[in-house]
Design a protein around this ligand. Structure first.
Ligand code: NAP
Length: 307
C-alpha cells in the first residue's frame, strides 16, 4: 500500500468507534511518521482500542490525548461534539487544527466555534461508513476512493485547510471543499433522507398484520433487504443527524413527499407514462454512480468483505 509524508506529526483522535478507529488504522497504514493518540469516553472502548492498536497511545483523558497534537479529529456522535470539545480544551496547543468527521456540518461548526474560541476549526466529513459501529468495526481502507468533504468556515487559514486536505488524501480519500450549509443540503438528499426512508419501510414491514414477519424476511431479496442494511445503522448517530440537520432535512423531505405523491397519483390514475419516465431517469443515476466507482455492480454490492 502507498504511504506518503503527512503535513501533521501528531494526530489525536477523540472517539474510537467505526470512524475514529478507521482514522487511527488508516493513519498508521498510509501516513508516514505520524504519532497517534486516542481517547474515548467509554473505558471499555478504550481497553478494546488499546488491544486493537487503533492509536499508538490510548489516553485516560481527552486533555491528555490532545496534548502536543497538531491535528485533533473529533469522531464522536454529532450531538456530543460540543461536550467532547470542552473536555479536551485544557490540553490543546496553540496552532492546533481542530477537525471532526460528523455527518452534518453547520451545527457542528457552531458548537465547536463556541466551545473553542480562538482555535483553528476546520470541519470535515468523510462520506464513508458501514452500518456497523464501535471499535471492532474500524478498518484501514475505509476511506480509500471515498469522498471527504472539508467545510472551512469563512476566514479559515488557507495553509491549514490545504494541510487537512492533504492528510485526508493520504488516507486515500478524494477531497472536495464546500460551505457547511451546502454540505448539509447535499447530504440531506444523498444520505439523510435515504436513511429516513429505510428506517420507515423496514419499520412498516415489521408492523404489518396481513404479511407475516417470516414472509418479509423470506422474500426480502425483492428489494427490502437492501433497505435493511441502511436501517441497521447506529440509532444514536442517526438520531443526532436528524436533530442537527433539521432544516436541510425538512426542505428535502418536503420535496420527496411531493414527488412520492406524484407517483401515488400516477398509480391511482393508471398513468404508466409518468411511472415509466421516472423509472427511466433514475436508472441513469445508478449508471453514473457505478461509472464513478462509488458502488459495485455485483448483486451483493461487493459488501461481503466487510460483513
Ligand atoms: P461509533 O462507532 O458509535 O463511535 C463513537 C464513539 O464516540 C463511541 O465509542 C462513543 O462512546 C464515543 N463518545 C461519545 N461521546 C464522547 C465524548 N464526549 N468523548 C469521547 N468519546 C465519546 O460512531 P461512528 O459511526 O464512528 O460515528 C462517529 C462520527 O462519525 C459521528 O459524528 C458520525 O456522524 C460520523 N460519521 C459516521 C459514519 C458512519 O457510517 N457510521 C460515516 C461518516 C461520518 P459511547 O458509545 O459510550 O457513547
Amino acid at each position: 500500500m502507498n504511504a506518503a509524508p503527512s503535513p501533521f506529526k501528531r494526530v489525536a483522535i477523540i472517539g474510537l468507534g467505526l470512524i475514529g478507529g478507521s482514522v487511527g488504522l488508516a493513519t498508521r497504514e498510509f501516513a508516514h511518521g505520524i504519532v497517534t493518540t486516542g481517547y474515548d469516553a467509554d473505558p471499555a472502548v478504550r481497553a478494546r482500542a488499546s488491544e486493537l492498536k487503533l492509536a499508538d497511545t490510548i489516553c485516560e483523558t481527552a486533555a491528555d490525548a490532545v496534548r502536543g497534537a497538531d491535528l485533533v479529529i473529533l469522531c464522536v456522535p454529532v450531538g456530543a461534539m460540543g461536550d467532547a470539545a470542552r473536555e479536551m480544551a485544557p490540553g490543546l496547543s496553540d496552532g492546533v487544527v481542530v477537525s471532526d468527521v460528523g455527518s452534518s456540518k453547520e451545527s457542528i461548526t457552531e458548537s465547536l466555534t463556541s466551545a473553542l474560541p480562538g482555535h483553528c476549526i476546520i470541519p470535515a466529513h468523510p462520506v464513508a461508513g458501514t452500518e456497523h459501529s464501535g471499535p471492532e468495526a474500524g478498518f484501514a481502507t475505509l476511506f480509500q476512493h471515498r469522498w471527504c468533504i472539508v467545510t472551512p468556515p469563512e476566514g479559515a487559514d488557507a495553509d491549514k485547510v490545504s494541510q487537512l486536505v492533504a492528510y485526508w488524501q493520504t488516507l486515500g480519500a478524494t477531497v472536495d471543499t464546500m460551505d457547511a450549509h451546502h454540505h448539509d443540503l447535499v447530504l440531506a438528499v444523498t444520505s439523510h433522507i435515504p436513511h429516513l426512508i429505510a428506517y420507515t419501510i423496514v419499520g412498516t414491514a415489521s408492523d404489518l398484520e396481513d404479511v407475516t414477519r417470516g414472509e418479509v424476511i423470506k422474500y426480502s431479496a425483492g428489494g427490502f433487504r437492501d433497505f435493511t442494511r441502511i436501517a441497521a445503522s447506529d440509532p444514536t448517530m442517526w438520531r443526532d443527524v436528524f436533530l442537527n440537520n433539521r432544516d436541510a432535512v425538512l426542505t428535502m423531505l418536503q420535496r420527496f413527499l411531493d414527488d412520492l405523491s406524484t407517483l401515488k397519483d400516477a398509480i391511482e390514475d393508471g398513468d404508466g407514462e409518468v411511472l415509466f419516465d421516472r423509472f427511466t431517469r433514475t436508472r441513469a443515476i445508478r449508471r453514473s454512480i457505478l461509472d464513478m466507482g462509488q458502488d459495485d455492480s455485483r448483486p451483493d454490492f461487493g459488501r461481503k468483505d466487510h460483513g
